[in-house]
Design a protein around this ligand. Structure first.
Ligand code: PMP
Length: 320
């Protein structure tokens, strides 16, 4: 299969493959004016041995995108099946044979008012992307932000809407000016919610703990994956409960996770070293398990993978 150079990757826009330069959104659109856009960040992992590109938990991303569309009351007849199929089609059309990040967006395309619900546009953009960290011992330093996480009674964090990311931007811009890599946000009750790009896990007193889905977090697909992998591969039952700021200072291990992050150790919080200040044992073991699963190197989790290419002498790709 001839590889297509990244510069010529086509974008899927409203049912058609077009050059990236032609995939425009009007400056007058409600999407641009009011950030009326919901999206998903998805990863595709190239498995060299099998000559296959696997999309991780595609149906779950499609379901979450449908949920975001519903909460934000966008007017569209797109189903989860259409959304999944669009991702597979664009990857196949671009003959992708490397690790990629896929951004799927649904947005209010026309001009109008703040309450305009349609017409709705749909786009899938593919970008080559390697894993977050290539070196074994890397990790990040975080602060607890003075910005609070958005709330379900104002702008719901459970919905993956572009507008939500302005909250994350404020926290990250401040954190980076102050010399940190990452920002951890608290909810209005002062409990830990999440990093603007991922969910948080804490290892403390022999327990692995993560904030609840009602603590102002995105219902992260990676978080749910790791809870299952910890149970099934590492014999650890994760506790979902409120987490205090000072628990981060006293933790043995802290890590953040997400489709983009994968599993990233947090080495210090507010300049308090976490544990020994090096990636923890559970974090590293879990990251290794996760990276095997997403790349299709653990057959027990193949139901989470959507292969992009039809395999010779095999039945056609199953409909999602
Ligand atoms: N929280 C936020 C705010 C995020 O943007 C992300 C990345 N999508 C996550 C958590 C992790 O979610 P997921 O594991 O589904 O990528």
């Amino acid at each position: 299969m001839p590889a297509v150079p990244e510069s010529s990757y086509k974008v899927f826009l409203n049912g058609k493959l077009v050059a990236k330069a032609d995939a425009a959104v009007s400056i007058d659109s409600v999407a641009f004016k009011y950030a009326a856009m919901v999206f998903e960040g998805i990863r595709g992992y190239w498995n060299e041995k099998e000559g296959q590109l696997f999309v991780f938990r595609l149906a779950d991303h499609a379901r979450r995108l449908e949920e975001s569309v519903r909460v934000m009351r966008m007017e569209t007849s797109l189903t989860g099946i259409d959304l999944s199929e669009a991702v597979l089609r664009v990857l196949e059309a671009n003959a992708v044979s490397q690790d990629v990040h896929i951004r799927q967006m649904v947005y209010v395309d026309g001009g109008g008012e703040m309450f305009t619900r349609g017409p709705v546009g749909h786009a899938v953009v593919v970008t080559p992307k390697a894993g977050w960290f290539s070196r074994e011992n890397d990790g990040i330093e975080a602060c607890v932000s003075s910005w609070h996480r958005i709330s379900d009674h104002s702008i719901p964090p459970r919905v993956k809407c572009a507008a939500n990311y302005q909250n994350g931007r404020l926290a990250l811009l401040q954190a980076r000016l102050d010399g940190y890599d990452a920002a951890i946000l608290t909810n209005p009750s002062g409990k830990i919610s999440e990093e603007p790009r991922g969910c948080i896990f804490v290892v403390r007193r022999g327990e692995v703990v993560t904030p609840r889905i009602t603590d102002n977090i995105l219902e992260s697909i990676t978080r749910e994956t790791l809870i299952r992998l910890l149970r099934e591969l590492h014999g650890i039952e994760v506790l979902q409960r409120e987490v205090d700021r000072t628990e981060l200072y006293l933790a043995r291990e802290v890590f953040v996770c997400g489709t983009g992050f994968e599993v990233v150790p947090v080495l210090a919080v507010d300049r308090h070293p976490v544990g020994s200040g090096k990636p923890g044992e559970i974090t590293v073991a879990l990251r290794n398990s996760y990276l095997k699963v997403v790349r299709g190197e653990n057959a027990n989790y193949s139901e989470w993978l959507s292969p992009v290419y039809k395999v010779c002498n095999d039945s056609p790709r199953p409909q999602l």
